[in-house]
Design a protein around this ligand. Structure first.
Ligand code: NAP
Length: 527
């Protein structure tokens, strides 16, 4: 489920393992995941592209070290085509629910196009998939266009308009310098400032690209350098922060110097200075975001938003001594929501009801008991099921480390099931519990254990205060685990008779041949 880089990466790994009887269901009309959906002005990757790509498919043609979003979307298409994954992809097929049929060892999947069954099911739905719309009174009443960065509408005119942007995360940081010059007035509503790291972005010249294309080893060397740096930041800065806090403190000093150099007005600078430690929430790179606040047509508003009206936004400042509240109404033509994504919460992990053994709904179980997995990828609750971006999975220099490790893990399980003639594979509770004990012990050393994180509004945390978004291990540790985890941590069984469990899709590789059972009105998968 999902044809972003995770689903494509898994498809490639399955084909390498000789498994071709699979279908990739994609809600959107094309592959690419976040890079298909996030089309706002200025969208770009904020990990060097040489690292943010499959290790086996270096792209010599990135135009910049931090490539723009459309190049990432094109790269996703290129990889899906080149490695024979595209014919497996079923666009415009939204999964709505899935239920495990424990008698026949198969999944029954309800989609927007009907029901299908499959022996094994993998959620490759990204962790930043569901746009978060802020819970602000009156939001739907605004007369002008309202657009979310994650669902950008390219037809919304911005030139010469009074634009309001709510949110100052990584998306806003890329958008603001792009739209500020053309706007009549740009009002940025900030609740929590973001740490901004100087961006070592460079153009990759046509000559350099030619060199990468003709001597791929040169690009591999560059990848090794950028991956080492990213790995250092992730491992020393996040995973083992409490053991080596000096690195984060020195990064903070670098960011504060950057802010001093880039913003002249001390009052604005104070507003842009984070009160939480670097690492509690996602920082980002930019050399153009901070100077935008020195522009005459840009205003940074840190007052609390009270409501959205038909014509703009009302904010409030309370004077506790005088017992008064002063309201200000700013008129706007366009409202941009740069308010991020829903992450570790019910309805997101997983994004639709997934009922495993004895009908237990995994999302509800996790919501009640905390997010838990084995190796960030499987759970005893869900036989024959893996999550490519599950809780406690993200480690290493980029998402591609998680994707390649996760794909390898799944392919090893499937090969083992094939070798043993098993129709059901489920992780043992003991292995799962041991993994979670180790994760929770390691979590005490991460950057998320810093006391100031409590006030950071970080999407890395769930409602219990745990940070299951990240797996606190190094990249090499992640890769090693996927190659060497004990296959006996899973239990393999076979249903009788095996033939009754035949997959309901045809297994042919032409996408149009997927066999959907037509839904009769009112039929629910979990009935
Ligand atoms: P985000 O980091 O979650 O930022 C959302 C912003 O909206 C925050 O400033 C948040 O304030 C604000 N906000 C949310 N609800 C609000 C409300 N009710 N009232 C006022 N403000 C509100 O989201 P994002 O900027 O879209 O970035 C999400 C992630 O996407 C990034 O961390 C990164 O992982 C990824 N991303 C990556 C790239 C890339 O180049 N690879 C680019 C863009 C994004 P609070 O902080 O106070 O909640």
């Amino acid at each position: 489920m999902g044809a972003g880089f995770s689903g494509i990466g898994l498809g490639i790994e399955l084909r390498k393992a000789g498994i071709t009887d699979f279908a990739i269901l994609e809600a959107a009309d094309d592959v690419g995941g976040v890079w298909h959906h996030n089309r706002y002005p200025g969208v770009a990757v904020d990990i060097p592209s040489t690292t943010y790509s499959y290790s086996f498919e270096p792209n010599p043609y990135w135009s910049r070290l931090f490539a723009p979003g459309d190049e990432l979307a094109a790269y996703a298409n290129h990889c899906a085509d080149k490695y024979g994954v595209s014919p497996h992809v079923h666009p415009r097929t939204r999964v709505e629910a899935a239920r495990y049929d424990g008698r026949n060892h198969r999944w029954v999947v309800e989609t927007s196009r009907g029901i299908l069954t499959a022996r094994f099911l993998v959620s490759a739905v990204g962790p930043l998939d569901q746009p978060k719309y802020p819970d602000i009174p009156g939001l739907g009443t605004f007369d002008g266009p309202t657009v979310h960065t994650a669902r950008w509408d390219p037809h919304v005119a911005l030139a010469g308009k009074r634009i309001g942007v709510i949110g100052t995360g990584a998306s806003s940081l890329q958008l603001i310098p792009e739209i500020a010059p053309a706007a009549e007035r740009l009002t940025v509503f900030q609740r929590t400032p973001i740490w901004v790291i100087p961006k070592p972005n460079t153009d990759i010249s046509p000559r350099m690209r030619e060199l990468f294309a003709h001597a791929p080893v040169t690009q591999r060397v560059l990848r090794a350098v950028t991956s080492l740096l990213a790995e250092f930041v992730m491992t020393v800065g996040i995973a083992y922060h409490m053991r080596v806090p000096l690195f984060v403190r020195s990064m903070e000093r670098t960011c504060l110097r950057h802010l001093r150099k880039q913003v002249a007005d001390p009052e604005v600078r104070a507003k842009l200075t984070p009160a939480y430690a670097l690492g509690c929430k996602r920082p980002s790179f930019s050399n153009t975001y901070l100077p935008a606040f020195d522009r005459a047509n840009v205003e940074l508003v840190t007052e609390r938003i009270l409501r959205v009206t038909t014509e703009g936004i009302v904010t409030a400042v309370a004077d506790t001594a005088a017992g008064t509240v002063t309201e200000t109404h700013r008129e706007l033509d366009v409202l941009v929501l740069a308010t991020g994504f829903k992450t570790m919460q019910l309805g997101v992990v997983p994004p639709f009801p997934v009922r495993g053994t004895a009908g237990v709904d995994a999302g509800q179980w996790w919501d009640e008991h905390g997010y838990q997995t084995y190796e960030g990828i499987s759970t005893p609750l869900l036989p024959n099921f893996w999550l490519m971006n599950g809780p406690w999975s993200a480690a290493g220099p980029s998402w591609f480390s998680v994707i390649e490790s996760g794909s390898r893990h799944i392919a090893r399980c499937l090969n083992e099931a094939r070798r043993r003639g098993a129709t059901q594979v489920v992780v043992r509770q003991s292995a799962h519990d041991a993994y979670m004990r180790s994760m929770r012990a390691k979590a005490r050393h991460t950057a998320f254990a810093q006391p100031s994180c409590i006030d950071s509004n970080s999407y890395y945390f769930d409602r219990r205060g745990e940070a299951p978004f990240v797996r606190p291990v190094s990249g090499p540790g992640l890769r090693r685990a996927s190659r060497t985890f004990d296959l006996d941590h899973y239990e393999y069984t076979r249903s009788e008779p095996a033939s009754s469990t035949t997959s309901r899709y045809t297994g042919r590789t032409r996408a149009s041949n997927l066999w959907f059972q037509t839904l009769s009105p009112g039929t629910a998968c979990n009935d």
